[in-house]
Design a protein around this ligand. Structure first.
Ligand SMILES: C[S@@+](CC[C@H](N)C(=O)[O-])C[C@H]1O[C@@H](n2cnc3c(N)ncnc32)[C@H](O)[C@@H]1O
Ligand code: SF4
Ligand code: SF4
Length: 435
């Protein structure tokens, strides 16, 4: 009996031990479970928080992208509308000038004689030309009349030819012009500018000059048909650069089939000679260039010139590299290769006196009798400028059916007058292919 009780008590103790052990294990498990629940809760909270953060980030990222796109598109819109706006002003300005022209540039073709015989010469000049040369007295009378009527300091005199330096009384005429308040500049082939001519240039206070260089030495001399002229031209450029009187010494290069492959070398040569202003223009189909049409450029070559000018402008090694005033270049290119928008100023800001005294627009415009406005031998330049010049002060002169329908008509107006084909009533140059 006693043994039975002892066995039972032992069993009871065993059970109590087991009970304690399982109670401990239960408590541990319970604690672990509670911990698990807490951790799970914390984990869920973290996930939720992460999700919230991700959503917030996505939202912010989308907003940022939207804002960026909006900013970019409004920037584009701004650029485009700014350009549109400026082009519109350009157009409106041109229309205003139709009614109220302002003479800012007077070209005086002082001679049609020339010491060169360039393949491209738009004025077909040569040494044998026996054309009239308007006498100094008529030129002086006209300059006085212009100075009496307008502010002479606002009418720039562009002296051209032929070769202006051939004319013996040129500097006497220009001294008189300066005494009236005019400023003047000259385009020259540079071959005749010696030390003594330099002295006269300074006495007559010439402020700007453009010297023509159409290639490296051999190409230039062949093109202009004057052997051994190149070193003389470089010497002339040096003297002009050293002058305290001459403010701007520019080189003009007329790009054509003979020199287009030399542009890079010409650029280096000009840099080596300290040239700071370079005007790079295309050879236009005018005068002798029409007879030698194999020197004219293709539209792709125009594009090449524009790219070249922009590349060199970016190098910033010269003060100014620019394309001439000719030709409408399309919205993208306008106001890049030259500082202003295309604007054919013939008869609006620009007038001329030709070597025979005829009153005209730019000397490069075809000299059709119906376009000649008068002659300073018999007419007052100011009267003619103010009362005649009608064909140049309306859109009609170049309003051919193709151009009138063109969406660039307002900005282009049928391109430059000097390359307009009046016989066929169409522009000889339209660069639409490249815009
Ligand atoms: C007619 S020249 C007179 C001045 C000077 N004899 C000279 O050659 O510089 C004036 C400018 O017109 C440029 N020129 C002549 N024919 C041209 C043409 N077909 N196309 C573009 N420019 C031309 C000349 O190269 C020069 O730079
Ligand atoms: S471009 Fe100048 S240098 Fe050449 S022929 Fe004509 S006027 Fe003379
Ligand atoms: S078609 Fe006429 S108006 Fe149009 S770009 Fe050509 S030249 Fe200018």
């Amino acid at each position: 009996m006693t043994k039975k009780i002892t066995d039972l008590e032992k069993k009871k103790n065993d059970y109590e031990k087991k009970l304690n052990k399982y109670t401990d294990e239960y408590n541990d498990a319970n604690n672990s479970y509670n911990k698990l629940i807490t951790i799970k809760k914390e984990y869920d909270d973290l996930l939720r928080c992460l999700e919230d953060k991700r959503k917030q980030y996505d939202k912010e990222f989308n907003n940022y992208n939207k804002k960026k796109e909006k900013a970019l598109s409004s920037k584009n819109k701004l650029d485009l509308s700014k350009k549109d706006y400026e082009l519109m002003c350009n157009y409106e300005n041109r229309k205003k000038l139709f009614k109220k022209p302002v003479l800012t540039n007077l070209f005086i073709e002082v001679t049609s004689r020339c010491n060169a015989f360039c393949e491209h010469c738009g004025s077909r000049c040569d040494a044998k030309q026996q054309g009239e040369e308007i006498e100094a007295e008529y030129l002086k009378k006209t300059l006085k009349e212009i100075a009496d009527k307008y502010d002479a300091s606002k009418v720039f005199l562009d002296i051209t030819g032929g070769e202006p330096t051939i004319r013996k009384d040129l500097f006497d005429i220009m001294k008189y012009a300066v005494s009236l308040g005019f400023k003047w500049g000259m385009t020259s082939n540079g071959m005749l500018i010696t030390k003594s001519v330099m002295k006269k240039i300074e006495e007559a206070e010439m402020s700007t000059v453009s010297i023509s260089i159409d290639g490296l030495a051999e190409t230039h001399e062949k093109f202009r048909k004057v052997p051994n002229s190149f070193p003389r031209i470089l010497k002339a450029i040096k003297m002009l650069q050293d002058s305290p009187v001459v403010k701007i010494v520019q080189v003009t290069t007329v790009v054509n089939q003979r020199n287009i492959d030399q542009l890079e070398e010409i650029y280096q040569m000009l840099l080596d000679n300290g040239v700071k202003y370079w005007r790079v223009v295309n050879c236009d189909p005018i005068g002798r260039a029409n007879d030698n049409s194999n020197i004219l450029l293709s539209v792709d070559q125009y594009k090449y010139i524009f790219d070249f000018i922009r590349e060199k402008q970016a190098e910033n090694k010269m003060t100014a590299i620019t394309y001439g005033c000719s030709h409408y270049l399309g919205l993208d290119l306008e106001k890049t290769v030259r500082q202003n928008y295309f604007f054919c100023m013939a008869g609006l800001n620009v007038g001329s006196i030709l070597s025979n005294g005829d009153i005209f627009v730019c000397p490069n415009v075809p000299r059709r009798p119906e376009l000649i406005q008068g002659n300073i031998r018999k007419d007052s330049f100011v009267d003619v400028w103010e009362k005649k010049f009608k064909p140049f002060r309306s859109e009609e002169l170049r309003a051919n059916p193709t151009c009138k329908k063109c969406k660039h008509w307002k900005y282009c107006g049928g391109d430059s007058l000097h390359t307009y084909n009046f016989d066929e009533n169409k522009p000889n140059i339209c660069l639409k292919e490249i815009f």
